[in-house]
Design a protein around this ligand. Structure first.
Ligand code: ATP
Ligand code: MG
Length: 574
């Protein structure tokens, strides 16, 4: 399924619930219950700091923070930092930055590691009531004993250790008396439970790894399932919203809360976002970075929040994308054009128009006085009357796009051709009189044209003589040069993970995802600031690169073309 709207599960039968998604419906029902009466909604966004946030996380952020806003509740940012070997401060910092940039602020900032002492105490409580035991099976053995979906598991031979022995061994695990991986603490639930997550799941493992916050204090670390629900409970989270792959973990989440007798949040699952032409797992994104297929986590081709930002996406456009796709209970893939359309729509409203020539061809207006410069009035943004106008210099020598001229043009080509006329945007109608070519290569080096002085734009009805085409241009003398990075999709396939037998998603990389050109820009662009966004007329939306742009070195990134060219290409190919 690729249409955006058809994926959301919204209730349309009950008029009072008309605009509620399925999570909102559940929340509103829950707050009718005595347990939550008088309480406020409390959610959290719980990233593991093992990579940069991506557009899928944006969906979870918009959902969790959005619900808190809608219901006047709270939303925490909690780092799920139970896996020290993969986590780093750089990721913690980037995550906070990205959440803020998206326009959200957390009520509490927490780390699962804040709760390591409490979790340890609770583990002891479970041992004391005979509901947890120290197990000496190796990882492989545990897997072997676990059984399968169709066959029950077998009890661990260590399952019936006495409470005293378990307490002593667990204490010694904590003190570092056993090698990594040699022992675990496991919940004693049911080795024949149909749900494999309930077959005596591991709560702690021995792992000597330096933790970015707790340092070397611990050599046992809690597993995700043992840490997550309890962290939610400690923070008084009422609704713990997560992605569908945790649905099977919900009975365990509930078991821990019930058996500890602590506040019991409700876990609700929704389908994770998948986007066509994109990979989203942090492991794969990390691989792209580490193997230099891209230039870092914030490479404008990455689906990370920082990459999208650098590409020129606005926070508004990402939020409206998340709104548009809604939340659903079933997996689907959203077409990446839905994301691209969101930024197009927003930038159409807010980006000022400028003229830039990406692949220049020189024009000389033989009847235009040498040395003369006229300043042409140009509208900054026809969608925004408040954006005003600017003056663009016009002179005898100009650049136009090479592809706006054709020597042997088909009938329907309404741009410039030998003997043909075209209007230069905001300026005059010109006529091509002569083609100059490099005698050796035959390449066109210059067009000699004449302009019609009576056709200056805006100078009265007589000037508005109609010609079929209008093209953009830049004055050769007054224009400024810029490096323009023409980004395209990083992958050639709709489903990059779907590689040929024995291959990898890397085989599907688009070798032409970046082309760099030296462009000629109207002089106003020399005054741009890093991060500023523009519409380059007739070409697309571009932004001044947030890292590399400076007044001495103009660097622009293409965010997205004006129209969806991929759909056209595919239609032609197909
Ligand atoms: P990945 O599989 O990309 O590594 P993850 O689920 O391990 O992601 P976490 O840092 O654990 O990443 O995710 C933080 C929160 O964001 C979780 O609640 C998770 O469910 C949610 N999330 C992650 N990926 C997506 C996605 N593609 N769509 C929606 N929510 C997501
Ligand atoms: Mg995770």
């Amino acid at each position: 399924m690729s249409a955006a709207n058809s994926t959301s599960d919204t209730n349309t039968d009950d008029s009072s619930n008309r605009h509620l998604n399925f999570i909102e419906q559940e929340i509103e029902k829950d707050f009718q219950l005595p347990k939550l009466m008088g309480k406020h909604l409390s959610t959290r966004f719980p990233p593991e700091p093992n990579g940069y946030l991506h557009i899928g996380h944006a969906k979870s952020i918009c959902l969790n923070f959005g619900l808190a806003q809608k219901y006047h509740g709270t939303c925490n940012l909690r780092f799920d930092d139970t896996n020290p070997s993969k986590e780093e401060q750089e990721y913690v910092d980037s995550i906070q930055n990205d959440v803020h940039w998206l326009g959200f602020d957390w009520d509490g900032l927490y780390y699962a590691s804040d709760y390591f002492d409490q979790l340890y105490q609770w583990a002891i409580d479970l041992i004391k009531v005979g509901k947890a035991f120290v197990c000496d099976l190796t990882g492989d053995q545990i897997r072997e004993y676990r059984g399968t979906l169709t066959a029950p598991g077998k009890d661990s031979p260590y399952r019936d250790r006495s409470i005293e022995e378990n307490l002593e061994l667990f204490e010694r695990m904590k003190q570092g008396q056993f090698p990594d991986g040699s022992r675990t603490l496991r919940a004693k639930i049911d080795m024949s439970a149909p749900n494999i997550n309930l077959r005596d799941p591991v709560m702690y493992r021995v792992l000597r790894a330096h933790h970015h916050r707790t340092g070397d204090k611990w050599c046992i670390y809690p597993m995700y399932d043992w840490a997550h629900g309890q962290s939610d409970s400690i923070e008084g989270i009422t609704h713990s919203i997560c992605t569908l792959e945790f649905e099977d973990h919900r009975p365990l989440y509930n078991w821990f809360c019930e058996n500890l007798g602590i506040f019991h949040p409700r876990q609700i699952e929704f389908a994770r976002l998948n986007l066509s032409y994109t990979v989203m797992s942090k492991r794969k994104l990390l691989q792209l970075v580490k193997e230099n297929h891209v230039r870092g986590w914030d490479d404008p081709r990455m689906p990370t929040i920082s990459g999208l930002r650098r590409r020129g996406y606005t926070a508004e456009s990402i939020r409206s994308f998340c709104d548009r796709i809604g939340v659903a209970k079933f997996y689907s893939t959203i077409d990446v054009t839905v994301l691209e359309n969101s930024v197009r729509e927003h930038l159409n409203q807010v980006a000022n128009r400028v003229m830039v020539v990406l692949r220049p061809l020189k024009i000389v207006l033989t009847n235009y006085p040498e040395g003369k410069v006229e300043w042409m009035e140009a509208t900054n943004n026809p969608e925004d009357a408040g954006a005003g106008s600017r003056q663009v210099p016009f002179s005898r020598e100009l650049w136009i796009e090479r592809e706006d001229f054709m020597e042997e043009a088909p009938k329907k080509f309404f741009r410039l051709k030998p003997g043909g006329e075209v209007r230069l945007r905001y300026a005059y109608i010109i006529k091509c009189e002569e083609i100059v070519k490099d005698p050796e290569t035959g390449e066109i080096t210059e067009l000699r044209c004449i302009y019609d002085p009576d056709t200056r734009s805006g100078s009265g009805p007589a000037a508005e003589r109609k010609v079929k085409g209008t093209i953009h241009w830049v004055s050769a003398q007054e224009g400024v040069q810029a490096e323009v990075r023409l980004y395209d999709r990083l992958f050639l396939n709709e489903d990059p993970e779907n590689a040929a037998e024995g291959g990898s998603f890397l085989d599907n990389l688009n070798p032409e995802s970046l082309e760099v050109v030296t462009a000629h820009c109207e002089p106003a662009l020399a005054k741009a600031v890093a991060g500023e966004r523009f519409q380059f007329e007739r070409l697309g939306y571009f932004c001044a690169d947030e890292k590399d742009f400076s007044p001495q070195r103009l660097v622009f990134n293409r965010t997205v073309g004006l129209r969806d060219s991929w759909t056209k290409i595919q239609a032609k190919d197909g």
